[in-house]
Design a protein around this ligand. Structure first.
Ligand code: FAD
Length: 414
């Protein structure tokens, strides 16, 4: 009889994830696909919830989805995967020398690898009165709860910032019965994604629904004694406000990384493998800066998650490559799609289709024989196709005449 040799099971490594949000948990999913047994995983989340789909906060606010609908991972999922989740307990300190993190409640966990996925925080305009109760951002379930509580009394909501987030907040609050004014510093809504023509159509459609706009307005003060009562502007005018939602941009959440001495510029600087300047620490999501770019939409984060997940799994041959990400507004009944560079260059040409009766506007930006941008309003069915043409730098010369009429006609012409 031969004696059986004991099987040597290597002790698992420790992976600590800071940030229980979309990018961090997607990275954990990608890692588990490749190396389910490599790490003991501990996740710290500042929010008291399990991971949920942040994008769907807008439909929850608008009453189109329930809170349960947006949960991505239940507590049972973490248990099944053997992941220790500390929710409602943010990490407050990283000791890189001893390789451990400490949470607000005093928990200390040692790591072999650390993944930072702390996201962003809303930028609150630092005008007088910005700390008054009733002034919030739009980032998490707690913000939605505050908005829902405020809307139960009706009243006036002022949304500062007419970008994607601001318009989704305005639409939701309006649908919940508030009188809503959107304040925007430029004369063009969603000016990062839309040209003036598309933005005008959008503003008209939202105005018809009952949302008001103060364009080219500079907020100078939020007034109120114990809570917000009004918003004042540079021109001396003011409007009443029971709730102020600031959607004037976000700032990458990098304080923790900075305190730990990690190299940061606007965000935590990572290389093409999502590694920070400390080889034991990776970072993904809105808290990172990759080749001078920062991120505000989920599509690039899914790519980052694949790359970081693969490297954490030790099967890392992938490199993160930036691509242009389309933007859609999640306001039911309003169709708009923007992708690529819509501003164009001195040498680019515009192909434009306007059909005011059907409320359709399409503008394609062409550089030589390559599509470089698309802004669509009213009919967005060809958006993903245009997006692919841009991404793959397809030679559009053979279909140029039909390009504005979409994929179906172009494939017939080809
Ligand atoms: C209302 C809304 C609508 C949106 N709509 C769209 C859309 O239509 N399309 C699109 O592509 N994108 C959309 N986005 C953006 C998208 O949600 C973000 O790009 C994405 O959530 C970023 O993922 P992240 O993991 O980097 O950050 P987050 O999802 O914010 O996760 C970060 C998490 O880390 C936590 N955290 C921070 N610091 C600590 C700490 N010290 N310790 C522990 N935890 C910490 C935070 O509390 C948070 O839970 C929307 C965002 C919002 C708010």
């Amino acid at each position: 009889m031969t004696a059986t040799m004991p099987v040597l099971v290597p002790p698992r490594q420790s992976l600590v994830v800071v940030g229980n949000g979309m990018a961090g948990m997607r990275t954990v999913e990608e890692l588990l696909k490749l190396a389910p047994a490599l790490y003991d995983i501990t996740v710290f989340g500042a929010e008291p919830h399990t991971n949920y789909n942040r994008i769907l906060l807008s439909p929850v606010l608008a009453g189109e989805k329930a809170r349960e609908d947006i949960v991505i991972h239940s507590r049972a999922w973490y248990l099944e995967q053997g992941i220790t989740l500390y929710s409602g307990d943010p990490v407050v300190h990283i000791d890189r020398q001893r390789r451990l993190v400490r949470s607000k409640s005093g928990r200390e966990v040692w790591y072999d690898r650390l993944l930072l996925a702390t996201g962003s925080t809303p930028f609150i305009l630092p005008v007088p009165g910005h700390l008054l109760p009733g002034v919030i951002g739009f980032r998490d379930l707690a913000d939605v709860d505050t908005m829902l509580a405020a809307s139960a009394h009706g009243g006036h909501a002022v949304v500062i910032g007419g970008g994607l987030l601001g318009l989704e907040a305005a639409n939701g609050l309006h649908r919940r019965g508030m009188h809503v004014t959107v304040v925007h510093v430029s004369d063009t809504l969603m000016n990062q994604q839309l040209d003036k023509n598309a933005a005008r159509l959008l503003q008209q459609a939202l105005t018809l629904r009952g949302i008001e706009f103060r364009m080219q307005a500079q907020t100078t003060e939020i007034a109120g004694a114990r809570r917000v009562r009004a918003v004042r502007f540079k021109d001396g005018t003011a409007i009443p406000a029971d709730l102020v939602v600031m959607t004037a941009g976000v700032r990458p959440n990098i304080e923790l990384a900075r305190q730990a001495g990690l190299y940061c510029e606007r965000a935590i600087v990572v290389d093409d493998t999502l590694q920070t300047y400390d080889p034991r620490i990776y970072a993904v999501g809105e808290c990172v800066q990759h080749r001078s770019a920062t991120f505000g939409l989920v599509a690039p984060l899914w790519e980052q998650a694949k790359v970081a997940g693969a490297h954490l799994a030790r099967s890392g041959h992938r490199r993160y490559v930036q691509t242009s990400t389309p933007t859609r507004l999640k306001v039911t009944g309003i169709e708009l799609y923007s992708v690529g560079d819509f501003s164009g260059t001195a040498s680019s040409e515009d192909l434009v289709l306007r059909d005011p009766r059907r409320g359709i506007y399409k503008r394609l930006i062409v550089e030589g024989d390559v599509l470089t941008g698309a802004v669509l309003y009213g009919d967005v069915s060809d958006g993903p196709w245009y997006s692919e043409l841009i991404r793959q730098r397809v030679n559009i010369a053979p279909i140029r005449q039909q390009l504005l009429f979409g994929e179906a006609l172009c494939s017939r012409a080809a």
